[in-house]
Unconditional design. Structure first.
Ligand code: GLU
Length: 441
């Protein structure tokens, strides 16, 4: 059986790191099995859903390289939900309720006050046809609950959490449709998972109790439930899902110079026992993706770690991948010379400036100036194809300087920096006349 996964965001805001991770893991799971990954836009809530968010979600997935094989929109599927709804009513699995939010709240408080779990008492199940008629005549419209089957314990073997068991008598019948006819997320999602042939639902553990009720919805729809796996939630370095983490999106990360390869490398492994490895590309991450490697402890997302992974990724990026992001005129040799020194690609511009000049070296003392004059004279005699070994070799011989005393003043005069790319790779990129002028200045 082919694996079919889906990412099902509600387009009510931008994706944050937590849902990007969910999307990535669903993509990896599908890739690993040569299956299909679908995007389902959960836009039943017309009030809060926005087209700009749908577009941003597509753009974010594309930036990450997660290309869905299909896209569905719940707002285009209301007729399908209506049909399933009628069927479930006919089967006695949905029933009408009229309690207001305040009434329900009061019922819950009374139960809690008696030390009992705040489970809905199913009072509406005993309403008669005449009661419903009277309600309708008074202009009251019902909301609808799904009637859990109390006789069948709910179980599933969770891909991450292991065997799960829930007693339906300890759960409230979930509301599936509001009085205004709008849908809550759970039933349409189950209907879609059946219709789209979803084999694996991988999502955050905040959905575990939804899964418990959805397991019975799948059965009521005449389908067997997909495999479920629930990941521990992400936390920030402070230990809880911080405000920052909940709002940190692709645009912010891009702005900070984070490359998609880095985000993928980190998030693919976050929450698993597998080490983060910046050398691994998406295909290798998919091949090694395994739900059995996920732990139950919250996964910590650390921006400093992301920055480190990003630097390691940038150090490996080939010229062809970055050429369009580099300063005009910067070629492959320059990219390869400076790449090991970058935390992010944007810093390439600083090194391009060092190569092209002008640079402002520090003030040198008289002795160093004499040494640099000697260096300028040597430079004038050199063939510029591999000047650094020749320059330093000749100066070492002529002045007896070595190590830092030999290299640092040259680096400072030539780049105006104390540290930076390997001078053997950098110096040939600086034009000979420019280099001589810098040594003389
Ligand atoms: N739209 C739901 C959410 O964003 C989907 C959850 C799911 O079934 O994956 O929470």
């Amino acid at each position: 059986m082919t694996v079919v996964t889906r990412f099902a965001p509600s387009p009510t805001g931008k994706l944050h790191v937590g849902n990007i991770r969910t999307a990535l893991h669903n993509w990896l799971l599908a890739q690993k099995h040569g299956g299909r990954f679908l995007l389902r836009i959960d836009d039943t809530d017309a009030q809060r859903s926005r087209e700009e968010h749908v577009e941003a979600i597509r753009a974010d997935l594309a930036w990450l390289g997660l290309h869905p094989e299909g896209e569905e929109r719940q707002s285009a599927r209301f007729a399908i939900y209506e049909e399933a709804f009628e069927r479930l009513i006919a089967d006695g699995r949905l029933y009408r309720c009229y309690e207001t939010a305040q009434e329900l709240d009061l019922k819950r408080k009374i139960l809690l006050g008696r030390g009992l779990p705040p489970i809905y008492d199913r009072a509406a199940l005993s309403l008669t046809a005449a009661d419903h008629e009277a309600r309708a005549a008074a202009g009251d419209r019902p909301h609808w609950r799904f009637k859990l089957d109390h006789e069948t314990p709910i179980t599933w073997d969770d891909g991450i959490r292991g065997p799960q068991q829930f007693d339906p008598r300890q759960m409230s019948d979930p509301v599936v449709r509001r009085a205004d006819g709008s849908w809550l997320y759970m039933l349409p999602s189950a209907i879609d998972d059946v219709a789209m042939g979803i084999t694996d639902v991988l999502r955050g553990e905040d959905h575990v109790s939804n899964t418990a009720t959805q397991v019975q919805m799948f059965e009521a729809l005449g389908a067997s439930p997909p495999r479920f796996a629930h990941e521990a939630l992400l936390t920030g370095t402070e230990g809880k899902l911080s405000k920052r983490l909940g709002s940190l999106g692709v645009a912010d990360l891009r702005e900070a110079g984070i490359e998609p390869e880095a985000l993928v490398a980190l998030l693919a492994r976050l929450g698993t026992s597998d080490p983060v490895d910046p050398a691994l590309g998406a295909a290798q991450l998919a091949a090694s993706f395994d739900l059995a490697h996920f732990g139950r402890a919250p996964a910590r997302f650390d921006e400093a770690e992301l920055a480190r992974v990003n630097a390691a990724v940038v150090h490996r990026l080939p010229y062809a991948r970055v050429a369009h992001l580099l300063p005009h005129g910067m070629g492959e040799a320059a990219w390869e010379a400076i790449r090991p020194n970058l935390a992010h690609i944007g810093e390439a511009a600083d090194w391009w400036q060092v190569i092209r000049g002008p640079v402002t070296p520090p003030a040198f003392d008289a002795e160093t100036r004499a040494f640099l004059d000697a260096a300028a004279q040597v430079a004038e005699t050199l063939d510029w194809s591999d000047p650094w070994p020749a320059l330093t070799g000749a100066l070492k011989e002529a002045t007896g300087r070595k190590g830092k005393a030999l290299f640092l003043p040259l680096r400072q005069a030539l780049t105006a920096m104390d540290h930076g790319p390997d001078m053997k790779a950098l110096l040939p990129l600086i034009a000979r006349e420019e280099a001589i002028a810098r040594l003389k200045a």
